[in-house]
Ligand binder design. Structure first.
Ligand code: SAM
Length: 267
């Protein structure tokens, strides 16, 4: 709650005066149900989400990728900040956590925008870069679309079976077709995600990385950092150093929540 400001009062002031009063009720519901979960601290910070919502609207983002869903706070924020025909590819190996927030997402009337893929993110991004896109009839539910994704990984040759079900695999140019990506998962892969997302997100689009100030530990001497935070801190610091010289993107580090790095693809 103290956040990066290192001032409990100031962080509380911003949240209570400027963030919570404007937080959509469905997002508050996800925040409330998540508060009872043992890993509640993983949820994206509400002030970060508020900034992301503004970025999504400024961009008029329609096609987005989300890596690291957990109970769906940032995912619901994205769904609420994009148009009715938006398409959000949301990737997380933990479907159980997603299902905690799913009834709230359904009640908010935005589930149709979400293609949840229960998987590690790297193979999904690689598949997208192979230009594979799945078209399935809208009456199939999300479990089914996720199932199809996995099945297809094993069985590209079973096309007649899928054709019978009304599903087709279409070669599509995925490169440069996404407006926005949000990365909030395994920190050791941030550079791997960056390389792939730079191809998937269009020139002018944004890739936003969460937790890039890692609770302020990036400026602490290593010996002062709690043991369980050390490894991810190293990855984050390596990412921060590397991204600062990447001329393919403009960057801005915003000290909201746990710190986010906003990258705008420029070539
Ligand atoms: C910090 S939480 C995401 C929080 C989420 N943005 C929210 O607002 O609630 C990190 C999530 O990343 C997921 N994750 C871990 N490794 C992953 C990977 N290799 N690919 C995709 N997701 C992963 C975890 O299961 C966890 O749900």
């Amino acid at each position: 709650m103290m956040g990066l400001l290192q001032s409990f009062e100031l962080a509380k002031y911003i949240l209570e005066n400027n963030v919570y009063p404007r937080e959509p009720s469905s997002l508050k519901e996800i925040r409330d149900v998540t508060a009872n979960h043992p890993a509640y601290f993983m949820s994206t910070a509400p002030d970060t989400a508020q900034l992301m919502g503004m970025l999504l609207k400024l961009l008029n983002a329609k096609n987005t990728i989300e890596i690291g869903v957990y109970t769906g706070y940032s995912l619901l924020l994205t769904a609420l900040s994009t148009p009715h025909d938006a398409m959000i590819i949301a990737i997380d190996p933990d479907r159980g956590a997603y299902e905690i927030g799913l009834p709230i997402i359904q009640k908010a009337g935005v589930e149709h925008k979400i293609n949840f893929i229960e998987s590690q993110a790297l193979p999904v991004l690689d598949k997208l870069l192979q230009n594979l896109s799945i078209k399935y009839p809208s009456f199939f539910n999300l479990h089914f679309s996720s199932f199809v994704w996995h099945f297809f990984n094993f069985s590209q040759s079973n096309s007649s079976f899928f054709f019978f079900l009304g599903i087709s695999f279409k070669q599509k140019e995925n490169e440069g077709s996404f407006d926005f990506a949000f990365v909030d998962a395994d920190k050791d892969n941030y550079l791997n995600y960056h390389e792939r997302l730079l191809k998937l997100v269009k020139v002018g689009g944004l890739i936003v990385f969460d937790n890039t100030l890692w609770g302020g530990t990036v400026v602490q001497p290593e010996e002062a950092v709690p043991g369980k935070r050390k490894e991810a801190r190293r990855w984050i610091m390596e990412f921060n150093k590397w991204i600062s010289t990447d001329e393919r993107v403009e960057i801005c580090v915003a000290p909201v929540g746990d710190g986010i790095t906003i990258c705008r693809r420029i070539c």
